[in-house]
Design a protein around this ligand. Sequence first.
Ligand code: AGP
Length: 604
Amino acid sequence: MCGIVGYIGKKSACPILLSGLKRLEYRGYDSSGICVKTKFGLEYVKRKGRILELEDALSSKNFKNCFVGIAHTRWATHGEPTEVNAHPHFDSTGEIAIVHNGIIENYMTLKKMLIAEGIKFVSETDSEVLAHLISKFYEDCNLESAVVKALELVEGTFGLLVMSKTSEKLVAARRGSPLVVGIGEDEMFVSSDVSAILEYTRRVMYLNDDELVVFDAHSYAVKNLKGAVLGKKIHEIKWSIDQIEKGGYKHFMLKEIYEQPTAIENTLRGRIKDNKVWFDFNIDLFGIRRIIITACGTSWHSALIGKYYFERNCEIPVEVDYASEFRYRNPLVTENDLVIAISQSGETADTLAALREAKSKGAKTLGLVNVVGSTIAREVDYVVYLHAGPEIGVASTKAFTTQVIDLLLISLFFRQRLGKKVDSLVLEELQLLPEKVSLMLEQFEKTGTIKKLAEDFKKYSNALYLGRGMNFPVALEGALKLKEISYIHSEGYPAAEMKHGPIALIDKDMPVVFIAPQDHTYEKILSNMEEIKARGGEIIALIDENDSLVSHLTKNTISVMSSIEEISPILDVIPLQLLAYYIADSKGIDVDKPRNLAKSVTVE
Ligand code: AGP
């Protein structure tokens, strides 16, 4: 999720673009850049790192009398965070400059076509393709026509802003990545997010998919990609900037919980085609006798689910290890092992050390990471990115669900490479996930069920979470969410483990959260609930929509969209994320920054 800002008007562009980028830095900040029009043509500055790096570099430039410019803060998806890969990107002649947010799915095809026509690329990004394509069609200073012709060839998503040396107009176009147009007095603004321009104007228009706006300082025209002029409502923004950065949600964590349909869509994008799973790494599984998955915290929980996937789909034994334990136990690892390191940040010290230990013993390594170009992503043999977008809340939510999805996809991809058929039902259910998660979140919002349960359960000092099979790791994850943001002591257990000790804890002060989908363990879960009820324990139960038995055991039920066993962990964890959130928020805790915790544990 990158940040885009554009300006044309009577003020100096640079300060406006810089302040806009700083407002967007929460969206991702591994590199940034600015391009302005001067009497010499299009001049630019790009820097790796935070916006401050860019600001320092600009201080030595004389861009005071530049009144039109575009700018970008990058959250890398294709190509590491480097100055060359930072936006803006240019065509070979320096006539066209673009900034882009989104993923060009067919960029390799377009890149090969342009290279065959003699175009020289300088970056590893998908976005650069757009600059060369627009240049290819640019003639008679008609920037709008060149952009439209270029976008006709593009598959994928874009929030795109284009300027040229010779055209007086700028063009912005949108498909899948938001763009907002700000209307000032003899000045115009474009941004990915209204927070970047709110200090200059509260009058904005929102572009819809496959719409573009052609504008200069005094006029604009909104059109669809077929050229039809569209009337657009002008909105008066009432929100504060802080409210906007959180998308109107109270905390980043809640925003990221509700972002999961989009994050899941982006994780799935381009990975299921023609009833097959596609990844662009060419791993040789011949000789792999074991898979070891190593991680910390929430990522370790997704690793436990991954074990089920790989053993079921690839019939390769899987071990799951805390990275902090793996790194120090002198693990018996050989070149016949594939070690998968899972890390949202890609910087967790223990996971990085475990990876290096595995590499030193000859293992093949694969990283499942959210932050492009992070240390773990750069040190593994193969890397799969989550494409979940920046996760800012300390408590991990969308990273967990997208990790689980990617582990399922990778296990199916390996299954294909082992010459086995993939069950099309799993692929169908995966593709239904964004819609199912979206409907379920709407349902929770409408009924308020989870908020009410949170009010009833926030008084407790302890809690148990129980699940079986793939939902045992979900029980662990639900317990971690609760303990790390509400400070209520909570533990996850396999439900069958109750009688081996924990049941001694059960009384009226020990609520138990059950994950009870109607799968092959359902009957066993029902008898576990009976045992808890018989000892006066309070029960919250996650149940399938059509469940009619559990309501005899507890009124505290949360209906979860049903799906196949492989998919249920992704659906079941979401109400547990919300339950923890509402309990913590009702206790007045700063959910995004819980005490003692950091978003990325880069020290031991
Ligand atoms: C989860 O909510 C926590 N923030 C924490 O357990 C986290 O999952 C763990 O520190 C691992 O982080 P990583 O995925 O960035 O490696």
